[in-house]
Design a protein around this ligand. Sequence first.
Ligand SMILES: *Cc1c(COP(=O)(O)O)cnc(C)c1O
Length: 425
Amino acid sequence: MSNTKKPFVTKAQLDEIIKTYPTPFHLYDEKGIRENAARVKEAFSWNPGFREYFAVKATPNPYLMRILGEYGCGCDCSSMAELMLSEAAGFTGDDIMFSSNVTPAEEYVKAAEMNAIINLDDITHIPFLEKTLGYIPKKISCRFNPGGVFQMSNGIMDNPGDSKYGMTEEQLFEAFRTLKEKGAEEFGIHAFLASNTVTNEYYPKLAGILFELAVRLQKETGCHITFINLSGGVGIPYRPEQEGNDILAIGAGVHEQFDKILVPAGMGDVSLCTEMGRFMMGPYGCLVTTAIHQKHIYKEYIGCDACAANLMRPAMYGAYHHITVMGKEDAPCDHKYDVTGSLCENNDKFAIDRMLPEIENGDILVIHDTGAHGSAMGYNYNGRLWSAELLLKEDGGVQLIRRAETPKDYFATLDFSPEYKKMFG
Ligand SMILES: *Cc1c(COP(=O)(O)O)cnc(C)c1O
């Protein structure tokens, strides 16, 4: 276990990048993304039908989605725009898992037009879908919520009983019977019971629950279950003292449950799928920002040119994101700072009471692990604009994969009068 976290980019590289692309920006590590995607593929290679459907919401960028596509990944979508983005990036049909909730009718229409696999969040969506499409697709999935509390041996827990997603067990049995009557032939089940689990135990434990349920479902309803979806929730070590998950051990743990439960039940042909977002991309992105102000009042503040509009997780969840002051990696962390953005919101802080090396204006800060649910959760509060996304290529080059938003983008939805056009045209 190491108490340091090293950025995937060097200060020299960043100094060069910043000459062309001013901070703040999110930077992604192509090499890291590829190596991890290859490991995920290997971890589940024992299951011939295995497929990871990358949770597009985590990092909705077609360049990154296509890199994952090279490793066999599809896309997990839950909105119209995510379906359209996936289609534009070249994904279609079985490449797409549509795991949405509170789904508008037109999104079911779009998903069906694309032949995406539809994962129903609720039993009432069966008549809704049938009314919307005029039929029930032959291949269909239902989302399960076991209720209660889901706990693992290291104390990590989550609260399915409080979550809005999925169907009760009783509803799931009824849903399968109804769907079969209406013409469905290939069935899947899906569950997402805990988020950001930094333990190798989560997927195997979830798999055990879903596999046993699948055996009973198939036996009692006669529905042919062809796929089981472990969804997302595999976590990453945001804190330097945390040990990361070992995806090979996770794959082996799921394999054990598969051989123990599904194979003896004659269900060894079931394909597994996953919908990881965070694990696929989180560690392979960072937010690069410049320290532009220092303030000494009752506490010591460092003001950055990035703010919560570029990375919402600390403000929203109090999430920890490690910070490296570039060029000062070996300097003593003997200064206690609040590292802040410019929003007129006191929770706009990337770090509170964080021990860091002495920071001077102009220092480049790397905020780690922003590759998933980072840029994606960007917003425009206080008129702050979305920052650029850059890809650090395997050969060391840099590619702009999303340009920074401009004031013109920000005003594009406002007004179309000639006066306005004169101002911002
Ligand atoms: C958010 C989400 C995911 C991805 O979750 P991660 O924690 O990023 O792995 C997968 N599936 C569904 C349905 C989701 O809502």
